[in-house]
Write a protein that binds this ligand. Structure first.
Ligand code: GRG
Length: 288
């Protein structure tokens, strides 16, 4: 993981505009938002899925950068006063605190555009139609049928109670869709999978996407701010429905373990899935 993380860091560094190019302040803030922090889970998943299909590393660099740029944009906007109103992210002041709100808005907008620029700038697969489909996957997973839609449901749910299916629907969109896209895109950079293999991979992606959120809810309730690098305990303080509030901590932990088992089971018939298996472990056993 450390080797891939180093590679991703270098690829992100290359694709971001230099801080001394105009508009300097915006470019500086984009680099602040993206570089030197974060677990890089989505890029790691893209690389691990790419190993299944012997995907060329330079293609995986592009896909990994694109999903991380979309993720970084979502964090910048999510932290703004009009949404989650947070001052700490990845152990540093949030972008609107370090810079200002208008800059934070433009950082998010520009990171999202840059993600699509990266995806459209080089060959990601041998087949042009598949490349268009990959761009579409990222667009759908980050739009109203994905991350932004999930965020809208999340904002509307503050102070209300949700049923388990409603909570699951929200998180499949808000967090799960981009995680699923990261896995699918990584695999698409290499040779084609058989439809049944693709189905298993997609099942894995759905399980880890949901597991990621269940664990995120547990950590928000149980881990300290210093470990998380973001303000802990916010979900309960703001009356947000979470897996911990809906299921209780013990059942939420059990659900994370079940999803890890399901993710492992989905990989059983896939050769070369060791890294994906390890990442399911990392996602569920992580402490930050
Ligand atoms: C603003 C359109 C828009 C969407 C925001 C993803 C999101 C939607 C908000 C982030 C808030 C949040 C805490 C969501 C829960 C899961 C999550 C995405 C956690 C942060 O992701 P990590 O743990 O962060 O991968 P790092 O910093 O490691 O990259």
């Amino acid at each position: 993981m450390a080797g891939v993380q180093k590679r991703i860091e270098a690829a992100l560094e290359r694709c971001l505009p230099p801080a001394d190019h105009a508009p300097q302040r915006l470019h500086e803030a984009m680099r602040y938002a993206v570089l030197g922090g974060g677990k890089r889970v989505r890029p790691l998943l893209a690389f691990a899925a790419g190993a299944l299909t012997e995907a060329p590393l330079d293609r995986l660099d592009s896909v990994a950068c694109a999903v991380e740029l979309i993720h970084a944009y979502s964090l910048v906007h999510d932290d703004m006063p009009c949404m989650d109103n947070d001052v700490l992210r990845r152990g540093k002041p949030t972008v609107h605190v370090e810079f200002d709100q208008a800059t934070a808005m433009l950082v998010g907008d520009s990171l999202q555009s840059l993600a699509f620029e990266v995806l459209a700038s080089g060959r990601l697969t041998d087949d042009a139609a598949t490349q268009i489909e990959m761009l579409r996957t990222v667009a759908v997973s980050s739009g109203t049928r994905g991350m932004a839609g999930g965020q809208a449901i999340d904002l509307a749910a503050v102070g209300k109670s949700l049923t388990l299916p409603e909570l699951e629907f929200m998180h499949i969109l808000k967090t799960g869709a981009l995680i699923r896209a990261s896995v699918i895109l990584g695999a698409r950079c290499g040779h084609a999978l058989e439809p049944s293999q693709f189905k298993h991979l997609d099942r894995y992606a759905k399980c880890v996407g949901l597991a990621f959120q269940v664990v995120d809810d547990i950590l928000d309730a149980e881990a300290p701010t210093a470990t998380l690098g973001k303000t802990a305990g916010k979900d309960a303080a703001e009356g947000k429905p979470t897996y911990v509030s809906v299921l209780g901590p013990a059942r939420a932990r059990e659900l994370a373990r079940e999803l890890r088992r399901d993710a492992h089971a989905a990989l059983e018939s896939l050769a070369g899935a060791e890294h994906l298996r390890d990442l399911a472990d990392f996602i569920v056993l992580r402490e930050f």
